[in-house]
Design a protein around this ligand. Structure first.
Ligand SMILES: Cc1cc2nc3c(=O)[nH]c(=O)nc-3n(C[C@H](O)[C@H](O)[C@H](O)COP(=O)(O)O)c2cc1C
Ligand code: SF4
Ligand code: SF4
Ligand code: FES
Length: 597
C-alpha cells in the first residue's frame, strides 16, 4: 500500500455537498496533480463532521488542521501554502464568535472538545466508499472475533453487559430485545435496520449511513449471528439518496470481501442484506408499519402483541433496531460490554448523538456521553444563544418530545431524567429556543406535524389531534377561552392514552409540557389577548411612544396601508383597526419610537 505524507479530508456529507464540497474536492485533486504532489498527498472524500453550517469542511492530517467554509478559490492557496510550504492558512481556520484568532486543531474547537464520538467514530475520518478504510480502523474485527472465538450466547452477553438501549426513541434494552428474537422459534428470521428518520430536523442516522455505512452492516451481522437470522433489511427513506448509494456500495464491497453472503469467514454463518426505500411517511418509522411497508403494503401500524420478535416481517420472527443502535454494536463486541458501560449513567450507558438546532451559535451533530447536562450541550458545545439573547427552552425528542426550561439546564441527559421532566430522549432532536419564542406557537408547530402525519387508522389520533390543533389555532389567534384550555388538556390526555401507536401516544407531549411549564403564556394569549414573546401575528400590536417620537414622518411614508397619522407638531399615531402588522414602521423608525407589544 502506498504511503502518503499528508491526507486532505474533504467532507462529502449532504450538508457540505450542498455548499459546494464536490467542487472543492475536484479542485484539490487538480491542484495537487499540477504541483506534482499526488504521490505524496491523498485526497479523501469523507462523511459529515457534524458542523455542517461551517461547510464545506476540509481537514488536513497528520496535523488535524480544520478549515471551514472553504471555497473553490481557496484551494490553490491551501495547496501552495499548507501542503507545499507547510504554512497554515489562518484566514480559513475556525474562529469563535468573540475571538480574533482562529483555532488550528480540530480537537481544540469547543464544539468537539466535549464530545465523545462512538457511533460517529469514523464519520469525517474515512472514505465511506472504501471498505479498506473501514477495515483500517478496526472494521469487521468484531465480526471476526465473534464468529471465530465467541458463541452467539457470549456475544449476546456482551450486548447485555453494555447496557445499550435503543437509540430510535423508546430506549428499550437492546440485549433483552435480542434475547426475545433469539428465543423465538422459526425456520427463518430477519434483522431490520430502521433508517426512516422521520423527525423533522434530525439527520443523525443519515450522517452515520453516509459517513460510515459498514458500521451498520457490521452491527447487523453481529445481531443476526446472535438471533439466528440469515437475512436483513435496511429501511431507508428515499429522500436520502446519498445514504442509499453509499449503503448499496458498502453491501457490494462487503459481499465481494466475503463478509456478506454464504459461509461468512468460512463459518456456518450466512447473511444477506437488502436496502428497501421508504416513501418518507413519519408513521413508517413505527416498527409494525415499517414491516408492512417492506412487505409492499400500506405503512400502517397494527396492535401489539404479537410483537415483531414472534411475528414480524412476513410473519417470521424479526428484530428492528435503529441505525445508531446498530452502529454501536461492533464497538461493544470489539471492546467489550464493560468498556461501553463505563460511559454514561447507571441506567443510560454510552453516548448519544443529537441534532442541535435552533437559536444556538453552533448548530450541528454532537455525540455526547449520557449524563452530560443540557447546559453543557447548549452553552459549552453549542456556544450559547445567538446574539447573547436569553435562553428560554429546549425542545428535546422531536415531535413526540417535550419542552424543558431554564430550571432543567442542569438536568442530566439520560432516559429517566428526561422522562421524569416530561420530555423524552427520542431519537435525538434538540431545538434551542430564545426569549422571542412563543411556546404556544411551538406546540402548535409540532402538533401540525403529527396531525398531518397521523395515518388515520384510529379515531383518538386522527380526530383528537385535529381538534387539539383547532384549539391551538384559536388560542394563538386571540379567540381562545379558559374552557378551551381545559378542553385542550383533557383531549391531550385522551389522545395519549387511547391511540393505537406511538405516534398518537406521544403527539400531545409538546402541548402537555408547555402547559406544565409555560401555562402563563397560554393564559396571556387567552385573558390578555397578548403574546408575551411577540410571535403570534394576530396578537401583536405596534404602538408609537409619544415621548420618543421625533415627528419625522418616516414611518407614515413607509406604511403600506397609510394607517399612521400625524404631523410635524404632534407625535404620530397608528390606527390599530387598519394596521396589518407588517412591522415596516418598526424597521424604519430611526429613534426606536415604534414599540412591538
Ligand atoms: C411514529 C413513530 C415513528 C418512529 N420513527 C422512527 C425512526 O424514524 N427511526 C427509528 O429508528 N425509530 C423510529 N421509531 C421507533 C421504532 O418504532 C422502533 O422502536 C425502533 O426503531 C427500535 O429500534 P431501537 O430499539 O434500536 O431504538 C418510531 C416510532 C414511532 C411510533
Ligand atoms: S395512533 Fe395515529 S398514527 Fe398510530 S395508528 Fe392510530 S391513527 Fe395511525
Ligand atoms: S419614524 Fe419614529 S420618530 Fe419618526 S414619526 Fe414615526 S414613530 Fe415618530
Ligand atoms: S456535511 Fe460536512 S460537516 Fe456535516
Amino acid at each position: 500500500m502506498a504511503l502518503y505524507r499528508a491526507h486532505v479530508l474533504v467532507c462529502g456529507g449532504t450538508g457540505c455537498v450542498s455548499s459546494g464540497s464536490r467542487e472543492v474536492l475536484g479542485k484539490f485533486r487538480e491542484e495537487i496533480a499540477i504541483k506534482g504532489l499526488d504521490k505524496e498527498i491523498m485526497v479523501v472524500e469523507t462523511g459529515c463532521h457534524g458542523m455542517c453550517e461551517m461547510g464545506p469542511i476540509v481537514v488536513v492530517y497528520p496535523e488535524g488542521t480544520f478549515y471551514c467554509r472553504v471555497d473553490v478559490e481557496d484551494v490553490p492557496e491551501i495547496v501552495e501554502e499548507h501542503l507545499y510550504k507547510g504554512r497554515v492558512v489562518n484566514r480559513l481556520l475556525y474562529t469563535m464568535p468573540e475571538a480574533i484568532d482562529g483555532i488550528p486543531h480540530y480537537s481544540d474547537i469547543p464544539f468537539y472538545s466535549k464530545q465523545q464520538r462512538n457511533a460517529l467514530r469514523n464519520c469525517g475520518y474515512i472514505n465511506p466508499d472504501n471498505i479498506d478504510e473501514y477495515i483500517a480502523r478496526d472494521g469487521y474485527t468484531a465480526v471476526a472475533k465473534a464468529l471465530t472465538t465467541m458463541t452467539s450466547e457470549e456475544v449476546l452477553e456482551e450486548v447485555k453487559t453494555s447496557g445499550l438501549r435503543g437509540r430510535g426513541g423508546g430506549g428499550f434494552p437492546t440485549g433483552l430485545k435480542w434475547s426475545f428474537a433469539r428465543k423465538a422459534v422459526g425456520d427463518k428470521k430477519y434483522v431490520i435496520c430502521n433508517a426512516d428518520e422521520g423527525d423533522p430536523g434530525a439527520f443523525m442516522d443519515r450522517s452515520i449511513l453516509e459517513g460510515d455505512p459498514h458500521s451498520v452492516i457490521e452491527g447487523m451481522l453481529l445481531g443476526a449471528y446472535v438471533m439466528g437470522a440469515d437475512e436483513g433489511y435496511i429501511y431507508c427513506r428515499a429522500e436520502y439518496p446519498l445514504a442509499i448509494k453509499r449503503l448499496l456500495r458498502a453491501i457490494d464491497e462487503a459481499t465481494e470481501y466475503g463478509l456478506l453472503g454464504e459461509h461468512i469467514m468460512g463459518t456456518d454463518f450466512s447473511f444477506t442484506l437488502h436496502v428497501k426505500e421508504g416513501a418518507g411517511a413519519f408513521v413508517c418509522g413505527e416498527e409494525t408499519a415499517l414491516m408492512a411497508s417492506i412487505e409492499g403494503q400500506r405503512g400502517m401500524p397494527r396492535p401489539r402483541p404479537p410483537f415483531p420478535a414472534q411475528k414480524g416481517l412476513w410473519e417470521k420472527p424479526s428484530n428492528i433496531n435503529n441505525v445508531e443502535t446498530w452502529a454501536n454494536v461492533p464497538l461493544i463486541v470489539g471492546k467489550g460490554g464493560e468498556w461501553f458501560a463505563s460511559t454514561g449513567t447507571e441506567k443510560s450507558k454510552g453516548t448519544k448523538v443529537f441534532a442541535l438546532t435552533g437559536k444556538v451559535k453552533h448548530t450541528g451533530l454532537v455525540e455526547v456521553p449520557m449524563g452530560i447536562s443540557l447546559r453543557e450541550i447548549v452553552f459549552d458545545i453549542g456556544g450559547g444563544i445567538i446574539d447573547d439573547r436569553k435562553f428560554k427552552a429546549v425542545q428535546i425528542g422531536g415531535p413526540s418530545g417535550g419542552c424543558l426550561t431554564e430550571e432543567h439546564l442542569d438536568l442530566s441527559v439520560d432516559y429517566e431524567s428526561l422522562t421524569s421532566a416530561g420530555a423524552i430522549m427520542g431519537s435525538g432532536g434538540l431545538v434551542v429556543m430564545d426569549e422571542d419564542t412563543c411556546m404556544v406557537d411551538v406546540s402548535k408547530f409540532f402538533l401540525e406535524f403529527t396531525q398531518r402525519e397521523s395515518c388515520g387508522k384510529c379515531i383518538p389520533c386522527r380526530e383528537g389531534t385535529k381538534q387539539m390543533l383547532l384549539l391551538l389555532e384559536k388560542i394563538t389567534a386571540g379567540r381562545g377561552t379558559m374552557e378551551d384550555l381545559d378542553h385542550l388538556e383533557e383531549l391531550a390526555h385522551m389522545v395519549k392514552e387511547m391511540s393505537l401507536c406511538g405516534l398518537g401516544q406521544t403527539a400531545p407531549n409538546p402541548v402537555l409540557t408547555t402547559l406544565r411549564y409555560f401555562r402563563d403564556e397560554y393564559e396571556a394569549h387567552i385573558r390578555d389577548k397578548h403574546c408575551p414573546a411577540g410571535a403570534c401575528g394576530a396578537l401583536i400590536r405596534y404602538e408609537i411612544d409619544p415621548e420618543r417620537c421625533r415627528k419625522c414622518g418616516l414611518c407614515a411614508k413607509e406604511c403600506p396601508v397609510d394607517c399612521i397619522a400625524g404631523d410635524r407638531k404632534t407625535p404620530y399615531v397608528i390606527d390599530q383597526e387598519r394596521c396589518i402588522k407588517c412591522g415596516s414602521c418598526l424597521e424604519v423608525c430611526p429613534f426606536g419610537a415604534v414599540l412591538k407589544k
